[in-house]
Design a protein around this ligand. Structure first.
Ligand code: NAG
Ligand code: NAG
Ligand code: NAG
Length: 253
């Protein structure tokens, strides 16, 4: 009975997956699974967030590079239960695993974090320069590989999951984790570059007390511009692709 219900949930997904582009349907942190938005069993774009993952507007892209939608996707709002922010606990130095439901386009995969101030129940993420990059994969050889490919091709090879390590030295507290694919096919046309961001609310535990600061912190919106995301898939050599945004923030050594 139970397995039948799970299976029918997966089957009901198929039309959406074929028509649309993609979204993160599951996050795993500290061995716990959090369903994404759109929830795979219930793909309704107006429902409240089912977990620690903020709403996304649809399985389609965000195009407005300078708008509040670029922060955490359309309709993303802080998640709280009776005023208390809903977070998933994650141990500093461990991995967050993002499962996409599938992925049809080429481009980089990028992940940022931002401290939630004062906490994730009220913080949108667009307030100030608060985001630091924790992971990026553009066009490069994967670990242990020699042939360069796009992050999204590696995602495909990995059957749509992506591991990102939470910096081990980070100060404990509430953060947003913003995981994103940029689909490059239309980035040659201003206002057509496709961003697929989504944000999860996490509580870092077991960290080392370090608070990122300075030029490693960027504002979203703000970090992307028409110029730094410009890419013409027809004429440009992927080997020259520069991932937009700041360098990946590293723990002090
Ligand atoms: C991804 O991270 C999870 C959790 O730490 C781990 O179990 C898994 O082996 C990792 N996968 C790869 C390919 O490193
Ligand atoms: C952040 O985004 C929200 C939602 O779009 C908006 O209501 C708010 O005014 C924005 N805040 C700033 C500082 O831009
Ligand atoms: C975390 O993910 C990375 C990349 O897949 C992997 O190399 C590492 O072994 C993983 N760490 C753990 C603790 O699973």
């Amino acid at each position: 009975m139970r397995s039948f219900l799970v299976l029918s949930g997966v089957l009901s997904l198929v039309p959406t997956a074929v028509l649309g582009h993609g979204w993160v349907h599951r996050h795993i942190l500290d061995a716990k699974t959090y369903i994404g938005y759109l929830p795979e069993s219930k793909p309704i774009f107006t429902d409240s967030a089912p977990s620690i993952v903020r709403r996304v507007g649809s399985d389609g892209p965000v195009l407005e590079i300078a708008s509040n939608h670029i922060t955490c996707n359309y309709n993303a709002t802080p998640i709280s239960d009776s005023g208390v922010s809903r977070t998933g606990s994650v141990t500093a130095g461990s991995n967050i695993t993002f499962y996409w439901q599938g992925w049809p386009h080429s481009g980089p995969i990028i992940t940022y974090m931002s401290r939630c101030t004062p906490d994730c129940s009220t913080f949108f993420g667009n307030e100030s320069a608060s985001w630091f990059k924790i992971d990026e994969f553009g066009y490069q050889a994967p670990p242990g590989g020699s042939v360069a490919l796009w992050g999204t091709q590696q995602l495909d090879t990995q059957k749509y999951y992506w591991n990102v390590t939470v910096p081990k030295c980070l100060e404990d507290g509430e953060y947003l984790v913003r995981h994103e694919i940029i689909a490059l096919s239309d980035c040659k046309s201003k206002g057509k570059c496709q961003f697929y961001p989504s944000c999860a609310q996490v509580k870092v535990i077991g960290g080392g007390g370090v608070e990122p600061s300075g030029s490693g912190l960027v504002k979203i919106p703000g970090v992307y511009t028409d110029a730094n995301v410009y890419w013409d898939t027809n004429t440009m050599d992927p080997k020259g692709y520069v991932i937009p945004g700041p360098d990946v923030w590293k723990c002090p050594t």
